[in-house]
Write a protein that binds this ligand. Structure first.
Ligand code: NAD
Length: 503
């Protein structure tokens, strides 16, 4: 929520004393009604590489509520035509989009690593998710199944069809800068909605790349509109805009609550994907090497490279370097928040700092936001580091006495996104699967690695009952219309008239 990226006016940017020639920094624009336009504020903010803050990736429009209004108007103008475009035809454009994403995968991955910090292979995985989502969801253009049902009366036909909800506002976080926008954008489009999308202020380039690809794919003007900027005012202007029938938000639980209450005020549909605190249960019968590999991957996101045992060294560095396992965290605010949790773990909670715990500031780390992968052991379930979302390379080991105890600890947080168990015992695996109250569950695999054709989302403070991905996402971006066709030629009153049984 903090304004971590630096806002600059056009003139002050030129006067910067940073070691990078600002004139060479690319300037980006909003995409409204099929045109690339500056913000009415004429101001910009900088997109800075978290691995090297001398590297300014681009300057993006510091948009205002006026820009949101213009984008919503464009979405409104395009809506009828897009809604009436047959879904299989909408799908053709999306398949074309998928091809463009494939063609540009390397470039988009490199852009993502540069603006977000995750290592290149993980960035490739992020773009791949967008590709998978695009192909999978475009296939829905020839399904979007409704259903028929028997009617209570004779000579009456009953059926149910999906219809678009209308204009959708999409608000996304920085940690999956192309995958998450695509999880919202593509289903919204296949269902016949038009959208305004606002990426996180830390990672606007990946969404720009996605929207630019939509333009190249031939998605008509006004169907997809991009407005960059901060939560206040852009995200807030979207959540409060009376013409946006739906807000789909992914981000922190705190911001999600603000979004939800604004939507409740105006009876807008609101779909929320929020924070998590995901537990891995390691049983005494587990393949311990596998469990450690999974725990390290889950906690530190090592770009799919095989980790071995607890003695393995994780190399921290610029994600663009193929030797790097763990990239920087997103910005200075994140460093401050994560370091404060490390202090809480050590001093307030009294857990044992088993490894890591320091900020890396020397040599190659001097200009980036690097923190050592950190493990706390001997923690208890009630500690703050066990309960609160830290959102950094910090993990907590909590001893448990039994599976029941472990399940209780895992369920005893306010979130409910993902959980995992490592065990060789099928009964224990199914017991945990049955008793853990999360939206996603893994057996003998880490808590990350969702696939786009299965529903994604969480319980409790992680969500509000919706699921993205799978075909379940269609329930967010379409509304059901029940249709009755009476071909009896007479007045038939359901629940009132008696229907005679055949003799
Ligand atoms: P954030 O809540 O700070 O920001 C998310 C988005 O909301 C950004 O685009 C931001 O500009 C916007 N925003 C901020 N204030 C707003 C306001 N008042 N009104 C409307 N929009 C506003 O979250 P973040 O730091 O970008 O992302 C990290 C969080 O996202 C973590 O909590 C993480 O767990 C969560 N997350 C959840 C999922 C999931 O699927 N459940 C996936 C990824 C990330």
């Amino acid at each position: 929520m903090a304004q971590a990226k630096k806002a600059v006016s056009k003139t002050s940017a030129k006067q910067s004393t940073r070691g990078v020639a600002r004139a060479a920094v690319k300037t980006y624009q909003n995409y409204i009604g099929g045109k690339w336009v500056a913000s009415e504020s004429a101001e910009m903010f900088e997109n800075i590489n978290p691995a090297d803050n001398r590297d300014i990736i681009g300057r993006f429009p510091l948009s205002t509520s006026e820009d949101v209004n213009a984008a919503v108007n464009a979405a409104q103008e395009a809506f009828d035509r897009w809604r009436q475009t047959p879904a299989p035809r909408r799908a053709e454009l999306l398949f074309r989009l998928g091809e463009i994403l494939i063609r540009n995968k390397d470039k988009f991955s490199a852009d993502m690593t540069r603006e977000m910090g995750k290592v290149l292979k993980e960035a490739g995985g992020d773009v791949q998710e967008a590709i998978d989502c695009t192909y999978y969801t475009a296939g829905e253009g020839r399904r979007l199944h409704g259903f028929t049902a028997p009617a209570e009366m004779r000579d009456k036909f009953a059926m149910c069809v999906r219809q678009p909800v209308g204009l959708c506002g999409l608000i996304t976080p920085w940690n999956f800068p192309m995958a998450i926008p695509s999880w919202k954008l593509i289903p919204a489009l296949i269902c016949g909605n038009t959208v305004v999308i606002k990426p996180a202020e830390d990672t606007p380039l990946s969404t720009y790349n996605l929207v630019k690809a939509c333009e190249e794919a031939g998605i008509p003007p006004g169907v997809v509109n991009l407005v960059t900027g901060f939560g206040e005012p852009v995200g807030a202007a979207m959540t409060n805009h009376p013409a946006l029938r739906l807000i789909s938000f992914t981000g922190s639980t705190e911001t999600g609550r603000i979004v939800a209450s604004a939507c409740a005020e105006r009876n807008a549909i609101c779909s929320l994907e929020m924070g998590g605190k995901n537990a891995i249960i390691v049983m005494d019968d587990a393949d311990i090497d596998l469990a450690i590999e999974g725990a390290v991957w889950g906690a530190f996101g090592t770009s799919g490279q095989r980790c071995t045992a607890s003695s393995r060294l994780l190399r921290v560095g610029n994600g663009a370097d193929p030797k790097t396992d763990v990239g920087p965290v997103i910005n200075a605010d994140a460093v401050e928040k994560i370091m404060s949790y490390i202090n809480i773990g050590r001093n307030e909670d009294g857990a044992t700092l088993a490894c890591g715990g320091k900020r890396l500031t020397r040599g190659d780390y001097a200009n980036g936001h690097f923190i050592e992968p950190t493990v706390f052991s001997d923690a208890t379930a009630d500690m703050r580091i066990s309960q609160e979302e830290i959102f950094g390379p910090v993990t907590t080991v909590i001893p448990a006495n039994s599976l029941e105890d472990a399940v209780q600890i895992a369920n005893g947080v306010r979130y409910g996104l993902s959980a995992a168990i490592y065990t060789q015992n099928v009964n224990r695996a199914f017991r945990a699967m049955n008793d853990l109250y999360t939206g996603i569950f893994y057996v003998n695999a880490s808590t990350i690695g969702a696939e786009v054709h299965l529903p994604f989302g969480g319980t409790k403070a992680t969500g509000n009952g919706h699921r993205e991905a799978g075909t379940q996402v269609l329930d967010i971006f379409s509304e059901w219309k029940s249709i009755y066709v009476d071909f009896s030629g007479k007045l038939q009153r359901a629940q009132i008239d008696t229907v005679e049984s055949p003799q």
